[in-house]
Design a protein around this ligand. Structure first.
Ligand code: ADP
Ligand code: ZN
Ligand code: ZN
Length: 791
């Protein structure tokens, strides 16, 4: 019965441990072999292809195979197993065999009346309600005897997340009768019962008892006219889509058709094909995805669509639902554990063959995949920041190859690495451009506002005159505006004007951020918070000032500046509750607000026809981060934000405030010039040996003791040199160790060390040997292969 993916119990020393079968050998190693104790679940948990994927992840990202395999398990499933028992035949047949075995008969009858498989615990509870003398072991032995007689079947599965299945009572009319006549007879004595009968008659498949008149239903049930059953509630995620989604497939433009032809051709030939779909926002990428998915589904193959953060893209989910309906399963972390498990199981059972989800949806249990779409492929959210630290785009590429499927990576601002590959004819990703917006709608005009001039004129911080005038115009014309600032909270930090003291987090090396509403100073890394001090904690001065700008303060200033203007704010502080994103976006789409202020959350693909002005309050927040991708991120973010303006028939205007008006990231974004930015940035990367010209591995060494952390970091440098990896020189080299930009986090001191090389294989080989040599000290080290977060 053992297969690859079987979940088994094996003896390990004196203990018994659960594990997965990862292969078989005819050539056993020279150690004592012990037999497997038990097969824990009937069906294998993953297959050969899943295993191969997990092996690749474990090797490439240097994480234990166990962690990689966990990606393939049903979400929320623990290592526990569940036993399900179901009756195999009707009551009569069982009774005829069981008149001498009362316990078995009792168990069998409970199963027959349940009408579905019962989990063993559930069965025990049910029986104990009827007969207090029943206990688990007698019931279990009865089940075994019943199984031998062929009256019940027993299935063992991995346990679902520990949420109790929600159940509801459904009322249905019992049997076939002339119900109108029955109602008629009841009418005079019991009008409510008559009414209930008519309601049930009109309903196709029963009604919720909770929605009917309680005592009337109960009375009818007692008379045997109505049958009440308990049924599990299907936990389906809410359709978070905004209204007004087109259900028809649109006739493609010439550029779109060109992309689709490539896709269809590869699907027909059942060959892997990778495609980078580079098109500005509104150029029709999503419509291409929809057509490609339809092609794959027509072939009887499934499809996976990854989006960076699903809660931020309700419109897109709405469009997919409108076209594909129930075939779609949603998989993302904002769902409850039960919802996620149910959706995953729908995919595994083959009830859904289109999966839309965040990063981990790339592991969805589809048998056959025709198309994998990765929208906004440049987004950092695709990199997992806990073990295994995989990049979903790379995993997608492997998986697409395994299934001979088409991989479509879409973006208006592809990552430098992807674009570089797509331009290389040797590489397995082709480039496909959608150079225009649909209907040749113009891209919005972007104006750069030099804040240096503004400051010289003595205007303080938030709004330049030009932005204020533009906002005035928008509100006067009853249009809408979006204001973007990549920092939440009220102001960034508090500083004492007498002694210069700033308030820092106790556990992290960052200053605390002032939050006006809660009157707190909060750490954005660990959520440490203290009340706002009334006097300087250092010198006692009352002269305390708030510096810098956050979304909360901008909202405040708009409300003060423009009387009667309705303001909405969207950032991590206002989107805590379930469905909060969708609610805010919906309110804005319904024109219940005039201006939406937010962090990068509002930069994503929302389509608001009445937005004619987008203001970027400070384009520089990300530019000065100690990260070689800082320019790239700024360019991507500005391009994306600018794309929010003028999506419908009204032209859009974008105003960008900056202290760096000549920076190529800002000037090129303002001209929507990806190519120029790409050449500029590529040259810098080549010069400094950064991706795409090198592979990186980032090591972070952290410890509560700063000296110990530094000591380990130095030892790593030494061990690397011993193995021929040199400091800042050669094919394989390292930089550091140095204090990490975030020098202290949650009470741990952090150092880092960056490995660079042409091939990540060489880097990994050297590193594996070093980590081995470190022994226990390796526990202080976090290894991030192909890192995106350099902090
Ligand atoms: P992107 O994903 O690149 O932002 P979309 O696919 O969302 O672009 O298309 C932008 C807008 O143009 C949408 O409103 C969409 O309905 C519309 N659209 C896309 N393709 C076509 C087409 N072939 N004909 C007409 N309208 C289209
Ligand atoms: Zn002070
Ligand atoms: Zn902190």
């Amino acid at each position: 019965d053992l297969q690859v993916g079987s979940f088994v119990l094996v003896p390990f020393g004196r203990r018994r441990l659960a594990g997965w079968v990862t292969g078989f050998t005819d050539d056993p190693p020279d150690v004592r072999i012990r037999p497997v104790d038990e097969l824990l679940v009937d069906e294998p948990v993953f297959d050969e292809r899943g295993l191969a994927l997990a092996r690749w992840i474990a090797e490439h990202y240097m994480s234990p195979l166990r962690d990689a395999l966990r990606c393939l398990l049903p979400p929320g499933a623990g290592r526990d197993t569940q036993t399900w028992v179901a009756a195999e035949c009707g009551a009569a047949e069982g009774a005829s065999q069981l008149h001498r075995a009362p316990r078995q008969l009792q168990v069998f009858e409970a199963l027959v009346s349940a009408g579905e498989a019962l989990e063993l615990d559930e069965l025990v509870v049910t029986l104990q309600e009827r007969d207090a003398s029943a206990n688990r072991s007698t019931i279990m032995s009865a089940v075994r005897s019943l199984e031998e007689r062929g009256l019940v079947c027993v299935r063992r599965t991995l346990a679902s997340p520990s949420v109790r299945e929600r159940r509801q009572q459904i009322a249905r009319l019992a049997g076939r009768r002339d119900w109108a006549q029955v109602a008629d007879r009841l009418q005079s004595r019991a009008p409510r019962q008559a009414e209930t009968i008519l309601e049930l008659q009109a309903a196709e498949d029963g009604l919720l008892v909770a929605e009917l008149h309680r005592s009337a239903v109960n009375a009818l049930a007692e008379k045997g006219l109505v049958k009440i059953t308990e049924e599990p509630v299907r936990r389906r995620p809410e359709g978070a889509g905004l209204e007004g989604q087109a259900e028809e497939f649109l006739t493609l433009t010439e550029h779109q058709r060109c992309a689709l032809e490539q896709i269809d051709e590869a699907l027909r030939r059942r060959e892997y094909h990778g495609l980078l779909l580079h098109g500005v926002t509104g150029s029709g990428k999503t419509e291409v995805y929809l057509h490609a998915i339809a092609s794959a589904l027509r072939q009887g193959r499934g499809a996976v669509v990854l989006v960076p953060e699903i809660a931020l893209t309700p419109q897109m989910v709405g469009r997919f639902r409108a076209r594909f309906g129930e075939r779609l399963a949603l998989l993302h972390s904002a769902l409850s554990a039960g919802e996620r498990y149910d959706e995953w199981m729908r995919v595994q059972r083959g009830e859904a063959d289109l999966v839309v989800g965040a990063r981990s949806a790339i592991f969805a249990p589809l048998d056959e995949i025709g198309v994998i779409v990765i929208d906004e492929e440049h987004e950092r959210a695709y990199k997992q920041d806990s073990p295994p630290r995989y990049h979903a785009v790379e995993v997608a590429r492997r998986r697409a190859k395994q299934h001979a499927a088409v991989l479509i990576m879409g973006s208006a601002t592809p990552s430098l690495e992807s674009y570089h590959q797509a331009r290389d004819p040797e590489c397995d990703i082709a480039l496909c451009e959608l150079p225009e917006r649909i209907d040749s709608r113009p891209l919005p005009e972007v104006e750069i506002i030099d804040l240096r001039g503004e400051t010289l004129m003595g205007r303080g911080g938030t709004f330049s005159q030009r932005l204020l005038d533009a906002l005035d115009g928008v509100f006067a014309r009853r249009e809408q505006a979006m204001l973007f600032l990549n920092r939440r909270g009220y102001s960034t930090f508090v500083i004492c004007k007498s002694c210069g003291f700033t308030l820092n987090c106790e556990d992290c090396s960052v200053s605390l951020i002032y939050h006006h509403q809660s009157r707190e100073m909060r750490c954005h890394h660990c959520d440490f918070a203290v009340p706002v001090p009334a006097v300087c904690p250092s010198c006692g001065s009352e002269d305390i000032g708030f510096h810098g700008l956050g979304t909360e303060r901008v909202a405040d200033q708009i409300a003060r500046e423009f009387e009667g203007v309705r303001v909405l704010r969207m950032d991590r502080d206002t989107t805590g509750g379930k469905g909060a994103y969708a609610r805010i976006l919906q309110e804005f789409a319904r024109r219940q607000a005039d201006v939406l202020i937010g962090t990068q959350m509002i930069a994503k693909g929302h389509d608001f026809p009445d937005v004619t002005l987008v203001g970027v309050l400070n384009a520089d927040t990300g530019l000065n981060r100690p990260d070689f991708r800082a320019s790239e991120h700024t360019f991507q973010l500005l391009t994306q934000v600018a794309g929010r303006a003028g999506r419908a028939d009204k032209p859009g205007r974008v105003l960008v405030q900056t202290y760096n008006p000549e920076h190529p990231a800002i000037t090129n974004a303002s001209r929507h010039d990806y190519e120029s930015f790409y050449s500029y940035e590529l040259a810098k990367r080549r010069e400094n040996m950064y991706p795409p010209f090198a592979r990186l591995v980032n090591l972070t060494i952290s410890d509560e003791d700063a000296d110990r952390a530094l000591g380990i970091a130095r030892r790593i440098a030494y061990e690397l040199q011993e193995r021929g990896v040199r400091h800042k020189r050669g094919r394989v080299q390292f930089v550091g160790p140095a204090q990490a930009p975030l020098a202290r986090l949650r009470g741990r001191y952090r150092y880092h060390l960056l490995l660079k090389g042409e091939s990540s294989g060489e880097l990994r080989a050297a590193l594996a040997a070093v980590l081995d040599a470190l022994g226990d000290e390796a526990e202080a080290v976090t290894v991030d292969v192909d890192p995106l977060d350099m902090m």
